[in-house]
Design a protein around this ligand. Structure first.
Ligand code: EPZ
Length: 419
């Protein structure tokens, strides 16, 4: 199996281009089920999760083609393949985000059978809120033999009030409601940039969604949606990961195609730590230095600190003098990387949903294992600054969400290779 080997200590310099957002691309691809005619989606990253989503759509009768520049053309022919409504276990087990076909299938094909996504190392991944929202629209849903079986003769707009914020739950209800009869209101909707991107995509296709980026989404049902050309937003988590790569190596790097307005909480916290960050147009520049301070941070729904940046911050704070506390409010068990960072010499104590980090002067390279995508990003960042050689195993997790991470870090001056 492949591994990543890093000789730590190099300062990163240069510029890197940020890819389109994985977590925007996945629900947008699923939403193509709703459209009449082909769509061309630009900016899709070349990562394993996109291949898995393409397989799920092909299994549902979709034609998914990739152009040379990476643009995906997706077409579902109207009236064909209505008997295909299953997302099977073999595909869903590879990627929990495949649950986002539930809303589009129910809306367009009136039936959906999606393998029930299990929990994972980042914690429980319930879908009760997805089910609550779709049921309120008129779907009958039951779970049998490990599958969510949903059907609906009609979907009728209604008022849905989520009791907790859910990104993909909001996406599922939105995609089910765009072609429903009447108006749907989602209160306490997730407002992550990826949810906004899905709403903007649907509006370009003819949907009537207002309140985008706010807590209350209003969706007026329409009769039909058409295929569109669309470019997805840059990946804020990939951008955040590169920013911390610049910061942890005390480097000087520039990110192109990065939107600072999506990274408010991340940039504020890094500036509090002492990292110099400037942003203009779609460019972010990071300058590291020797005088960082310990901080406390708490992950929260957007616009708060993203849980998908927690492991990367933990790597950085492991080498920042003083005591930092990370409180994980989204996935309270998402700390498996802490044990691996400890193997590299970090002083981290996990206490329930919090991690207490006492910065050490240096980390030491050793063999570590990735438990999930973002944990992997955290370990790579730690490896960039550790003394000696770090060998990182189970890098298939990284390939799910980062395109050629080691090549791009190597171009910035890191001594990193895949073996
Ligand atoms: C999305 O997952 C992202 N995935 C995750 O990114 C991200 O960590 C997460 O949102 C939080 O920001 C994609 O967009 C593909 P949630 P999602 O439903 O939608 C609870 C990555 O590394 N909840 O917003 O599945 C849940 O337990 C991945 O790229 C319920 O209680 O997350 C959690 O505490 C990992 N009931 C909170 O809500 C539900 O029905 C937020 O989860 C649904 C969720």
């Amino acid at each position: 199996m492949d591994k990543i080997v890093i000789d730590g200590g190099n300062r990163l310099e240069g510029s890197v281009r940020i890819n389109g957002a994985k977590n925007a691309a996945l629900p947008i691809m699923a939403a193509c089920l709703l459209l009449h005619g082909p769509s061309r989606i630009k900016g899709i990253p070349n990562i394993v999760d996109i291949q898995t989503q393409s397989d799920i759509l092909r299994n549902l009768g979709g034609e998914v083609k990739k152009a040379e520049d990476g643009t995906l053309e997706i077409l579902f022919r109207d009236g064909e393949n209505n008997d295909k409504f299953t997302a099977p276990y073999e595909l869903v087990r590879k990627m929990r985000a495949s649950i986002c076909v539930l809303g589009p299938l129910l809306s367009k094909r009136r039936r959906a059978k999606v393998s029930y996504p299990g929990g994972c190392v980042i914690g429980q991944r319930p879908i009760d809120l997805h089910i609550k929202g779709l049921t309120a629209l008129g779907a009958q849903i039951e779970t049998t033999e490990g599958y969510v079986n949903a059907s609906a003769d009609r979907l009728i707009g209604t008022k849905i009030s989520f009791t907790g914020k859910t990104v993909l739950g909001t996406c599922n209800v939105m995609t089910a409601a765009v072609l429903a009869e009447g108006t749907t209101t989602i209160e306490y909707a997730a407002c992550e940039p990826e949810v906004q991107d899905l709403a903007n995509f649907l509006n370009k296709a003819g949907a009537k969604i207002t309140g985008i980026g706010e807590n209350k989404l209003i969706i007026e049902g329409v009769q039909e949606l058409h295929g569109v050309d669309y470019e997805i937003i840059p990946d804020r988590i990939e951008a955040g990961t590169f920013i911390i790569a610049g910061a942890i190596t005390k480097g000087n790097i520039t990110l192109e195609n990065a939107r600072a307005e999506h990274l408010g909480a991340v940039i504020d916290k890094l500036q509090e730590i002492g990292v110099e960050i400037t942003a203009s147009d779609n460019t972010i520049t990071v300058k590291g230095n020797d005088a960082y301070h310990a901080v406390d941070l708490m992950t929260l729904p957007y616009p708060g600190m993203p849980t998908d940046m927690q492991a990367q911050f933990m790597a950085l704070l492991s080498v920042v003098e003083g005591k930092s506390i990370i409180s994980e409010k989204i996935f309270p068990d998402r700390f498996i990387h802490a044990a691996e960072l400890r193997r590299m010499g970090a002083d981290i104590r996990v206490d329930g949903p919090s991690a207490i980090i006492r910065g050490t002067p240096f980390l030491s390279g050793t063999e570590v294992m990735i438990s999930d995508l973002r944990a992997g990003a955290g370990l790579v960042l730690a490896g960039l600054v550790a003394k000696g050689t770090t060998q990182i195993h189970r890098i298939y997790h990284l390939d799910r969400g980062y395109e050629r991470l080691e090549e791009r870090l190597s171009r910035l001056g890191a001594a990193i290779k895949r073996m």
